[in-house]
Design a protein around this ligand. Structure first.
Ligand SMILES: Nc1ncnc2c1ncn2[C@@H]1O[C@H](COP(=O)(O)OP(=O)(O)OP(=O)(O)O)[C@@H](O)[C@H]1O
Length: 755
């Protein structure tokens, strides 16, 4: 991994001899002090710092189980030098507990809180295993480190490179979303350590000639429970089937799996289970201050906006449930210029851009809106001040990983969870999992309504309206898809109010609400929508692809002033969160009634911040937005124009609605005719036709994209969104063909009937 100057043959031979000597010594040392299987070295006293290390004068070796410094471990000088240069001296608990076992070659199931140093707990044994095996370029792949997301893989790769820089191994980062896969294929056979996402690894296993992992020494799964989860099941099974069973396996996560079934899949051999924080009072870092606030769905954006405005000097990571939500909040808030740079991260972004955003967020104060793609493992330079969960996590594990992006290693951090009245059950579940949450009440006076501003933006930028509609639908769909029905119930959501809070002029009708599905509950109706239905198909509005030239996300960067950091966190509830059950409406004063929706008071203060126009005049933000001189990003809050635009939209919608009905009528008629003809043709023929339509098991129907091969390459924790996208494309194409075909068929049939 490191770059070495050319060395003379003599020096090389000397180095090799000293390496061989060092390896012999390390092996003896390790053998002499092996911790007992099943023991936790953390229970042992650390060695005194000045105690001699390695071989002692009497020929014995110093104890390494229980020691708390890297220098006291039986690891190579190269690894020790790497650690010292990275300023790692004292071990964290998970490192102290697991390294003595993993250095002996044992399989490990390691669980420790977020930010507690699990990465080094597997990077060190990987380097040591290959070093002691004298692994060289010609030996091929000796270790695979798998991560569920590309960003995390990138980060692990960086740690590996810096700690392993004195070793001579070659390592490669194999992740989806990169264009250079062909170049990768040429080099991958020469790599010793692969840091990868499951999808990309499988792609190489399937496509790269002579790709060989048969000599694999160590397999590492970081965020193991996620990789063993159903989403990766197929990929992981396919990968495991191509790996040798005789290997060391290291599994780490903050929320570890203990499922025997999972472990059997990985053929673990008497693994050491090291859950170092199991005895702890809390499942999350002690330095993390966690709060929850009751926020009705239609107030979420008001609350988020107010929160951001109140924390302009912080680095804030905001979690939302879908890409569309992230895009919507990012694009609209950016235009409203909160006074802090805004960024967004989601699975649909190009990989280079994702990496760029990730490192920018590490460097500067800003707000990052993200899906769960950033929820696991990422170490944002230890400097996230706040984690805000606008949308409820799917379960307690997801909660733990999200809040774990702050309060890492020795630093502190804060988090806030917005809980809707229908989701209160999650608080109980979090408490059961030893997550200490204070339920707090928002300071109603400081909450600024943003829905009116969003409504104006949607009028000015029609593309935003499409985005808002999509955000609306994907949110409802995401709630419906959640497994935990005790927490997530789409039927309990204030759908109209939510739509208004996005600034939409009217609630987008979801197709299931009318026609055939009439009379069904929202939930029943959603369940009737096929999994791969594109979100667009659910809308009544004519949809076109929004074109968002993603402008510089730092556009929101402007003057910043000191604000009271805690203005939102006014009254705390008494211990035990007694007011959990109080009505949501009482908690927020800024409820916007529907009637008020279009009344935009341009003089109502949104913030105290003073901004400057191009001439250098000062204006309060809203007045500036409302100024009729239109700067590129200014928002014109012209009531008449707003009403006019809405009237236009309503008219268009009526026309679109009528067209839809006509089309539907026509389709039904065609279908009837087709059915009549089918009956005529008799049973036998009909069966043949059915077989053709459903596609034979033996071969892929001509012209149909082979979904399987296309999909799994990009299956890196994007929550199946790519699958949806592909299905969408196929669906659209299929629709277009079938309509044309149907018309033609109907004509033919009519002609044949008349003839
Ligand atoms: N022994 C150590 N001394 C000093 N800093 C450390 C040590 N071990 C880890 N760190 C630092 O602690 C931070 C968190 O480490 P790491 O990312 O490995 O945590 P983690 O347990 O894997 O977290 P997560 O569960 O979120 O993936 C990193 O910035 C890392 O550099």
């Amino acid at each position: 991994m490191g770059k070495h100057a050319p060395k003379s043959r003599k020096v090389k031979i000397q180095n090799r001899l000293s390496e061989v000597h060092e390896i012999e010594l390390l092996e003896e040392w390790i053998e002499s002090g092996k911790p007992e299987s099943g023991s936790n070295p953390l229970s042992l006293e650390p060695l005194p710092h000045k105690a001699p290390v390695g071989r002692l004068p009497d020929g014995s070796f110093s104890r390494y189980a229980g020691c708390d410094r890297f220098s006291q471990l039986p690891v190579s000088k190269k690894t020790k030098d790497g650690l010292t240069q990275c300023k790692y001296k004292t071990m964290t608990d998970i490192q102290r507990a697991s390294l003595p076992h993993s250095l002996c070659g044992r399989d490990i199931l390691g669980a420790a809180k977020t930010g507690s140093g699990k990465t080094l707990a597997f990077v060190i044994p990987v380097l040591e295993k290959l070093y002691k095996a004298r692994w060289g370029p010609e030996d091929g792949v000796g270790c695979i480190i798998m991560s569920p997301t590309r960003e995390l893989a990138g980060q692990l790769f960086e740690v590996l490179k810096s700690v392993g820089k004195h070793h001579g191994f070659s390592a490669g980062l194999l992740i989806g979303g990169r264009k250079d896969v062909d170049a990768e294929k040429e080099h991958v056979n020469g790599l010793n350590i692969l840091v990868c996402t499951p999808g990309r690894l499988l792609q190489h296993m399937d496509e790269t000639p002579n790709f060989d992992c048969s000599q694999l020494q160590v397999l590492v799964l970081d965020e193991a429970d996620r990789i063993l989860d159903v989403g990766f099941k197929r990929d992981l099974n396919a990968i495991i089937s191509q790996l040798p069973k005789h290997r060391q396996t290291l599994l780490f996560s903050a929320t570890q799996t203990k499922s025997v079934q999972d472990l059997a899949r990985l053929s673990l051999k008497d693994p050491e289970y090291l859950g170092v924080h199991e005895e702890s009072d809390t499942a999350t870092p002690n330095r993390l201050q966690q709060t929850a606030m009751l926020v009705p769905l239609d107030k979420k954006f008001d609350m988020l906006w107010s929160f951001i405005k109140a924390h302009l000097n912080s680095r804030i990571l905001v979690f939302l449930s879908s890409c569309k939500q992230v895009k919507f909040v990012f694009e609209t808030f950016k235009k409203l210029r909160p006074g802090i740079p805004l960024k967004c991260l989601h699975g649909r972004m190009k990989q280079d851009r994702r990496m760029g955003i990730y490192s920018q967020f590490c460097e500067q104060r800003s707000v990052l809106f993200s899906t769960d793609v950033a929820s696991r493992g990422l170490d944002f330079n230890k400097a996230v001040d706040w984690v805000v969960q606008v949308d409820c996590p799917e379960d307690c594990a997801a909660y733990i990983h999200r809040v774990g992006r702050t309060a890492r290693y020795l630093s502190g951090g804060r988090s806030v969870l917005f809980v809707m009245p229908s989701e209160m059950k999650i608080l109980e579940k979090l408490e059961e999992k030893k997550i200490p949450l204070r339920v707090i009440k928002a300071n109603e006076k400081r909450i600024q309504s943003v829905s009116d501003l969003l409504a104006s933006l949607l009028v000015k930028y029609p593309d935003l309206q499409h985005l808002a509609q999509r955000a609306f639908v994907t949110y409802l769909k995401s709630i419906h898809k959640q497994r935990d029905k005790e927490i997530f119930d789409v039927t309990k959501l204030p759908i109209d109010e939510f739509s208004a809070s996005l600034g939409l002029p009217m609630t987008p009708k979801i197709r299931f609400l009318k026609q055939k599905l009439k009379g069904k509950t929202v939930s029943e109706a959603l369940s009737l929508i096929p999994e791969n239905t594109s979100n667009d198909n659910l809308l009544e509005f004519p949809i076109k692809e929004p074109e968002f030239p993603i402008k510089d996300p730092d556009a929101g960067k402007s003057d910043v002033e000191e604000v009271d950091e805690d203005i939102l966190l006014a009254k705390e509830t008494q211990e035990g969160g007694e007011n959990i059950n109080s009505k949501g409406d009482d908690m927020l004063a800024t409820r916007v009634t529907k009637k008020k929706k279009l009344k935009i008071n341009v003089h109502r203060p949104v913030g105290t911040r003073v901004v400057f126009d191009e001439e250098g005049n000062t204006l309060p933000p809203l007045a500036r937005l409302a100024a009729s001189s239109s700067g590129a990003d200014s928002v014109q809050l012209n009531k008449e124009k707003v009403n006019q635009r809405y009237a236009e939209l309503r008219k268009n919608l009526k026309v679109a609605d009528k067209e839809d009905k006509d089309l539907d009528r026509k389709r039904r008629k065609e279908k009837r005719i087709k059915e009549k003809m089918k009956n005529k043709r008799g049973r036998e023929e009909e069966e043949e036709e059915d077989e053709e339509l459903s596609g034979s098991d033996m071969e892929t129907p001509r012209g149909r994209v082979d979904k399987k091969t296309k999909i799994y390459f990009d299956s890196d924790d994007e929550d199946g969104e790519r699958r949806g996208d592909m299905a969408k494309k196929e669906g659209i194409a299929a629709d277009a063909i079938s309509l044309a075909e149907q018309e033609e068929l109907a004509l033919k049939l009519l002609n044949s009937m008349h003839s």
